[in-house]
Design a protein. Sequence first.
Lengths: 325, 270
Amino acid sequence: MTSAGPAAIPAVPERHRAPGHGGGPASATSVRVHKQRLHLSHVLFALPALLFFLVFAILPLIGVLALSFTSWNGIGAIEFTGLTSWTDALTRETTWRGLLLVLFMIVATWLLQTPLSILLGTFLAGQQRYRNVLAVMYFLPMLLSSAAIAITFKSLLDPNFGVPAGLELEFLQQNWLGDSTLVWVALLVIIAWQFIPFHTLIYQGAVRQIPQTMYEAAQIDGAGRVRQFFSITLPQLKYTLITSSTLMVVGALTYFDIIFVLTQGGPGKSTRILPLDMYLTGFRGNEMGVASSLAVILVVIGLGLALGVQRLGGKSSSASQLEGA
Amino acid sequence: MKRNWIGGAFGWIWLVIALLPIYFVAITSLKSINTYFGSNPALPSPVVAVENFVAVLEADFTMYLLNSVLVALGTVIPLVAMAFMASFSIVRSGHRFFGPVRSLFLLGLAIPVQATIVPIYLLIIRMHMYDSLVALMLPGIAFGLPLSVLIIANALRDVPKELFEAMDIDGCTEWQKMWRLALPICQPAIVTVAVYQALMSWNGFLFPLILTQSPDKRTLPLALWSFQGEYATNVPVVMAAVILSSIPIIVLYAFGRRYLVSGMTAGSSK
């Protein structure tokens, strides 16, 4: 939900074949499909899931838009106040800073994680047995909760009693979480530590699906390892790159728990990204209306980014990605 | 074939990076508080202290553990049941009604959960369920549905339709087809969904943070966080708590690695 990515696969693929009839000529099946009557039992089976989803996911999504035009302190009555929450939200300096920080974080996490994940994924895709053993250990960080990870790194980076102090390396002995620039270095590394395993996993799966014959042909042509990587592996990973990037970009919007536990937005407001600002405004500052306005901005950015990345990679590719799930 | 030295070196370097923090947690949790302040933080202490684990267990750890287990079970069991039944209808019914239903669940994949916390908080308060474990299950189920439906529906789509037609000839109802045919065939997909959603529930921080208040309703991640506040200076105890809270999920990983991994990459590999 909040940590690993799959909770955020965007875009609604158009499935051209009729539901319920895997394969087969689309036209032939769809003719028959439209004649099918609606089974009452099918509706009843789907009803619990549908109701749950409407009440606890779709209703809140609409609710957040409605609440952004109100003023509510979290306890008392909810009052309709028109655009007041929006003007408040848009005129606060922290909103714009939070927005810039979250955009910076998206770009920086992408630049750091994508090349490393591709390299590691390619490495792990090899068939040697020891690589499977390595993979098991690579994926351990993926299992830990963000709270546990944040708490671990807080102690690990402690200027006096942390690992840098123990290693006695001058350049590592910094107040990593107390400096407004260094804190971002630390955060990006910690987030990479947590999420690179997941993206590595995606790339590993994708590399294993590249036909071996392509590499054999390249070898006959005398292409070396590096050449093979750039002219076969990378181009073949195009669609995976789009999927992984989408998850990374949309996921970055929700890196809330780790920052919340690690820095609470500090030092100062240097790590107060928009999602954290939204939480603090609503649940600490008791301005639920303003928080809702910020949440609407988040939804718009999330959908915009997801669609943007998909568009970059071409529409058909995103559809085929989800089709093949 | 030539050996891939660059890839190999990089692979081993990453192994060190991945394991270093875990190593730090492990060695620190076994230090007494005095050793912690006096010894080299990067090296294990020669004297093993188990007192930190005892302290964690005495600090209501079992209650938080029980809360986490209850929330995970209360989320995953209804979630999987509902997702399976909905997927069955989406895949088996050819009626137009289910097109939009399918699209609605897919749309759910793009909703940033975090953006809905204010209305969910309001909803839970109005339902008089604030500060209860059930309050944590409800949104967990709802936001788990899209991916679960996607994975199970894809598995169901691969079931040859001749099998369903054979059951038609035998005069079976849709209900019987669902439980006798679809369920056994989709079992791997269902286990994948269950293991993955259990992990999500276990590590969830946001909903416990906004929907509960009393210490006796805390789940493990939230308990860890408040524990860190209470024991700010006693790092070894906090590290022991990190280890104890992660053990159940690491056991789950050991048994369900294949399912967990396929759950995580569902919808993204290929």
